[in-house]
Design a protein around this ligand. Structure first.
Ligand code: PLP
Length: 477
């Protein structure tokens, strides 16, 4: 593809992107395909000679779109929001154009420096502790990870190294593997599965703790577990608290947990993957109280802050903890400015890294904080509108509390009838949701996922839920 061909194809692609968004309501939110559908549409071998762009362009609709779940569709209410926006798409074009791998400051100074600056901007926007600023005296700082799962793993591995080193300071002859067997981590029953996975990857012992009636982990539960484990000769070293759990958007009590962690000298990580974006609104910021005790904090701008996947913002109070865990310095990576700016390869699992801060920068500048706040407020308002429909219908009940843009609800009655309801809604195909379960209670989740979802879409979603419930109840009774 030469420059002229790229320009023509690029214009065609941009028009396609705009039309995709503008006309998305004409598409079915969930694909209607069976596993293996694509094999019938594509040849067995890659072409030996260049194909024409026009042929490839036509295959977007013929081959790809039939199997696409349209997360951008206003009737997509599954999981949690995954955002994108025109500014984010433009930034990704630029990132793919520059195509640097920002593993060190020297490998692309702008890639590192913009990341440091926008992460500091976010600290101020969200009123995060000053200790997370890159300018803090305690070596604080932010880094963009790919996902919240990576952020948790990085935090666990950093804490693991810190505590193993500490044990070896006391007993210099102790082997790493022996020190490792003493470490124990905690999280709640409601945290995302990636937390337990991080503990498994790190080969540390862990305990999954019970929550209170609001699905929140409380300080006394944590303290009791710590006391029990210390009595067994173990070393409690890490807690992952969640703000906005995946199942029902519950909030752990980070104030209580933080105080326990500080008293017990344990690393506290906060996973606010979804709900974190809401903390740019001053009225939701109190939900983050306790963050001042955290050693690390993470949320996903790619979920609710109009930044395209992948962009997971993570801060640490002392970046030396992470650097000491991961730092290796072959000659070919050495440069003269290592002590002045971060070499971000030490702050993450992979070596190479994309220029992700561009999309955060584009979004923060072209939306402005006020508009981003309004999007969050509007989504939460829509959730409350749907909540009202549920509360006004005696067949239904709300599960938990509607705090963010997620409504958990169920038909009063058995789990089986609710399993039938969600299956029938998704088979109906006009809207898409996923269910969840907390303890023995199975429920449906309606999550506002796109900025195109409006009041009339909520009316429509309720119409679908209500109609399908009519049928389910009729055929069940
Ligand atoms: N943590 C929480 C609370 C989540 O809700 C999710 C996903 O929804 C994750 C972690 C995983 O996020 P990621 O895909 O960025 O790893």
């Amino acid at each position: 593809m030469n420059d002229e061909e790229f320009e023509a194809a690029g214009q065609q692609m941009l028009k396609y992107v705009i039309d995709y968004h503008k006309n998305i309501r004409e598409r079915r939110v969930m694909p209607d395909v069976k596993p293996g559908f694509m094999r019938k549409l594509l040849p067995d071998h890659a072409p030996h000679t260049p194909e024409k762009w026009d042929l490839l362009f036509k295959d977007i609709e013929r081959v790809i779109m039939p199997g696409v779940t349209h997360w951008r569709h206003p009737h997509f209410y599954a999981y949690y929001a995954l955002s994108t926006s025109y500014p984010a798409i433009l930034a990704d074009i630029l990132s793919d154009t520059i195509t640097c791998s920002g593993f060190s400051w020297a490998s692309c100074p702008s890639c590192t420096e913009l990341e440091v600056i926008v992460m500091d901007w976010l600290v101020k926007v969200m009123d995060l502790p000053e200790a997370f600023l890159s300018t803090s005296p305690g070596h604080g700082g932010g880094v963009i990870q790919g996902t919240a799962s990576e952020a948790t793993l990085v935090a666990v591995l950093s804490a693991r190294t810190k505590f193993i080193n500490r044990a070896k300071e006391k007993s210099p002859s102790m082997e790493n593997g022996v020190a490792l067997t003493k470490l124990i981590a905690y999280t709640s029953r409601q945290s995302h599965s990636s937390v337990e996975r991080a503990y498994k990857i790190a080969l540390v012992k862990y305990r999954i703790l019970d929550t209170d009636e609001k699905q929140a982990l409380r300080g006394d539960t944590l303290k009791k577990a710590i006391d029990e484990d210390r009595a067994k000769g173990l070393t409690p070293f890490f807690v992952c608290a969640t703000l906005g759990t995946t199942s029902s958007c519950a909030f752990d009590n980070c104030k209580e947990i933080g105080i326990v962690c500080e008293q017990e000298d344990i690393w506290m990580h906060i996973d606010a993957a979804y709900a974190g974006s809401s903390f740019i609104c001053p009225e939701y910021r109190p939900l983050l109280d306790g963050v001042e005790h955290a050693d690390s904090f993470n949320f996903n701008p790619h979920k609710w802050l109009q930044v395209a996947f992948d962009c997971s913002a993570m801060w640490m109070k002392n970046s030396n903890d992470i650097i000491q865990s991961f730092k290796l310095e072959p000659v070919y990576l050495k440069h003269d400015n290592e002590d002045i700016m971060p070499d971000y390869r030490h702050w993450q699992i992979p070596f190479g890294r994309r220029f992700r801060s561009l999309k955060l920068w584009f979004v923060l500048r072209l939306f402005g904080i006020k508009k981003l706040q309004n999007i969050i407020r509007q989504d939460i308002k829509l959730a409350h509108k749907f909540e009202e429909y549920i509360r006004n219908d005696p067949r239904f009940e709300i599960f938990g509390e509607v705090i963010m843009a997620l409504v958990c609800f169920r038909l009063k009655g058995s789990n089986e009838i609710n399993e039938k309801l969600i299956k029938s809604i998704n088979e109906d195909g006009r809207i898409h949701m996923v269910p969840s379960r907390v303890d023995d209670t199975f429920f449906l989740r309606l999550s506002i996922c796109t900025t195109r979802t409006q009041n009339h879409d909520i009316d429509f979603a309720w119409k679908v839920v209500s109609e399908v419930a009519d049928n389910v109840l009729k055929t069940t009774n």
